[in-house]
Structure formats: structure tokens, C-alpha cells
Design a protein around this ligand. Structure first.
Ligand SMILES: C[S@@+](CC[C@H](N)C(=O)[O-])C[C@H]1O[C@@H](n2cnc3c(N)ncnc32)[C@H](O)[C@@H]1O
Length: 234
């Protein structure tokens, strides 16, 4: 499936991730600060450490690891719709408090108020309907529960857009394609970020669906103009 078709049919995105699953961790290892930034976003949830959290679009478990580090006595349910990404994740965690499930995040039907917290790293951008997804996530979150998104979102200015395009087309696509042997998902990455709401617009959307005290926090690195943690409460 070509990159433009993936944008039109985001439900197919997890199946494209199957093609890069084996080398995904290598690509992120070479992406300087990837794990550190995930850890910062997880810590921004300010959890007690004993909560039940859903790590949505958990992939190979990089975000799950970040959640585990802030949840020494908690439980984590990692959910992803790529069988092969989950296979990599499953091998990493012998911890009985971490479980994984294959499902489409757009279709989750856990009971109301199931989770104390929800973490979603590089996930919401892949949803075909952001608003519909957010409404369902809010339903599954307990009252006062926290939700955190770790996501590329370009500041509303020419510099951020240009910075992302240069980074995307001259670094991310060539290097990741070399490592994984497949360019589609990385071309999709660059395009989908260009189509994702700016930080202010995404905060507005969180408030529109009824989340409270929504805020965006930047990364303290070279990703500052392009990558953010979004925190909100039910
Ligand atoms: C960029 S990876 C992020 C993985 C992980 N959260 C991390 O931080 O490394 C995005 C993941 O989202 C998953 N994904 C995309 N759309 C999905 C959907 N509708 N339902 C479930 N998983 C989805 C993909 O399969 C992929 O593993």
C-alpha cells in the first residue's frame, strides 16, 4: 500500500508496522533520545506507582518500558494491532504485571472507568478519527484519571514545519529505510505528522471532548519544536 493510501486508510498502518518490526528497536536506538523522551512523558503523569495503565499503540514495548519504570507496583496492559510488533514486545517482559493484547485502538470496548491512566506514544496520530478515539478513551478512564499523549505535533509556525520537513525527508526516511528495508511507513510518518493538529489545536480538542486541565509540555531536546507531551484529566 502506498504512503498516500495509508493516510486515507489508517486502519492498515499496523500491518505496515509488521514489515519493520524486527528492526524497529535498532532504528529507535539510533534516534538519539527516543527512550529518554518517552521516560520524561511517562514521568509527567505523576503516578503513585500502583495504578492500572493502558499503553496504547505499545509497538515493541519501548513505551511499555517507560510506563513500567514509573509503575513499580502497578499493572500495564499494552495494546497494539501489529502482530509482529507485539511479538517483539512479548519477548522483553517477564514481569507478570505486564500483559499485551492485539486490538484496534479505535475499537476498544473495555468497560467504562477501567483504567487509572492511559499512555499513548506515537499513537493518536495514527487514528482515523481523533475525536471519536478520544471520546472512547475518556469513557474507559476512571474519574480524575490521567491521560498522556507523547506525539509529534508541529508548532504553528514556518520554522517548525520546515524543520520537520528537512528532518523527515533528509534524515528519517533515508536512514530508517536503510535500516528496515521499507520506506512506506516512514514516508507515512512524515506525511501524517504534517497533517496532525498543532499543540494548541490538540489541547483544544482534548478540552472539546471533556478532558480537564489539558496542557502541552515540550521536550527539552532538539525535538522541542516538534515533539510534545500532552497531559489531561477526566
Ligand atoms: C510508532 S509505533 C509506537 C510504538 C511505541 N508506542 C513506542 O513508543 O515505541 C506506532 C504503533 O501504533 C500501532 N498502531 C497504529 N494504529 C493502530 C491502531 N488503530 N490500533 C492499534 N495499534 C495501532 C502500530 O502497529 C505501531 O506499533
Amino acid at each position: 500500500m502506498a504512503n498516500a493510501e495509508l493516510i486515507e486508510n489508517k486502519k492498515s498502518v499496523p500491518f505496515e508496522f509488521n514489515n519493520v518490526a524486527k528492526n524497529y528497536d535498532l532504528a529507535t536506538f539510533l534516534s538519539q533520545g527516543y527512550q529518554k523522551d518517552l521516560q520524561l512523558s511517562a514521568s509527567r503523569m505523576n503516578l503513585n506507582g500502583n495504578e492500572y495503565i493502558a499503553d496504547l499503540c505499545c509497538g515493541t514495548g519501548k513505551s511499555t518500558e517507560a510506563c513500567l519504570n514509573v509503575l513499580p507496583n502497578g499493572k500495564i496492559l499494552g495494546i497494539d494491532n501489529s502482530k509482529e510488533m507485539l511479538e517483539v514486545a512479548n519477548k522483553k517482559f517477564q514481569n507478570k504485571n505486564v500483559t499485551f493484547s492485539q486490538a484496534d485502538v479505535m475499537e476498544l470496548d473495555y468497560p467504562d472507568e477501567t483504567f487509572d491512566a492511559i499512555f499513548m506514544a506515537y499513537g493518536i496520530r495514527n487514528m482515523p478519527d481523533y475525536e471519536k478515539c478520544l471520546i472512547n478513551l475518556k469513557r474507559m478512564l476512571k474519574p480524575n484519571g490521567v491521560i498522556a499523549f507523547h506525539e509529534y505535533s508541529l508548532n504553528d509556525n514556518f520554522f517548525s514545519q520546515l524543520y520537520w520537513k528537512i528532518l523527515g525527508y533528509s534524515v528519517i526516511i533515508p536512514i530508517s529505510t536503510l535500516l528496515s528495508g521499507s520506506s512506506k511507513i516512514y514516508k507515512y510518518l512524515v506525511q501524517s505528522v504534517l497533517g496532525f493538529p498543532s499543540p494548541n489545536k490538540f489541547v483544544e480538542l482534548l478540552e472539546k471532548v471533556g478532558f480537564q486541565k489539558s496542557k502541552r509540555l515540550p521536550m527539552p531536546s532538539w525535538r522541542r519544536p516538534i515533539l510534545h507531551t500532552f497531559i489531561a484529566y477526566k
